[in-house]
Design a binder for this molecule. Sequence first.
Ligand SMILES: Nc1ncnc2c1ncn2[C@@H]1O[C@H](COP(=O)(O)OP(=O)(O)OP(=O)(O)O)[C@@H](O)[C@H]1O
Ligand SMILES: [Mg+2]
Length: 220
Amino acid sequence: MNIVEIRHLKKYFKDGPQIIKALDGIDLSIEKGKFTAIAGASGSGKTTLLNTIAGLYAPTEGTVMVDGLDLSKLTEEQLTVFRRRKIGFVFQGYNLIPELTIRENIVFPLSLDDSRPDADYLSSLVHLLGLDNYLDARPHMLSGGAQQCTAIARALITKPSIVLADEPTGSFDMKTTQNVAGLLRMTAATFHQTLVVITHNLDLAQLADRVIRLQNGKII
Ligand SMILES: Nc1ncnc2c1ncn2[C@@H]1O[C@H](COP(=O)(O)OP(=O)(O)OP(=O)(O)O)[C@@H](O)[C@H]1O
Ligand SMILES: [Mg+2]
């Protein structure tokens, strides 16, 4: 079963008089439960593709189906609920909230939905990601790797069916990269999630079931 079905997708941006073809005819199916890496040079359209799957960008042309939903048919409000319930997003640069503790950061997406954390699930996530001793700390007290693990836990806390990560290991050394990549893979396998990860990093791409390469908005 495919959790993502993209057909003839184009996404153009206007830059003054110029039209930028960020995505220029993408056909892509992603099988449920698989780990897909997206690679490609800077400006090739990777983030645009991820944001389109997350329903953050509306296509200029074409269709994007995620978990059986045609995103173009959803209202803004339905899209917000879709993102909150179905998508776990790991941002480049973590985006943790500095005033909140690690625990509060992790459960933050649930508070948006007025729901409470499943205590067993929270503790298994925290344990898998090695955050047991940091729950009451604030983000600045943690290493970059531990902050990234917090961002991963936050993305997973809602039990999303698909996890999207934009360069989750951006500035890490090889060892941290392998740890974070291994953790993403393990949590995806443990919780039956589909994982789509943008990376320039070959070590990380090697862990994927499949690598998609973008060039000038096209899959090559
Ligand atoms: N919101 C936007 N408005 C205008 N142009 C945009 C916008 N987002 C992306 N672009 C342009 O679309 C193209 C693809 O950008 P995108 O961010 O998807 O590339 P990328 O592969 O993620 O690059 P990087 O590796 O540098 O993050 C680029 O030419 C970029 O300048
Ligand atoms: Mg990008």
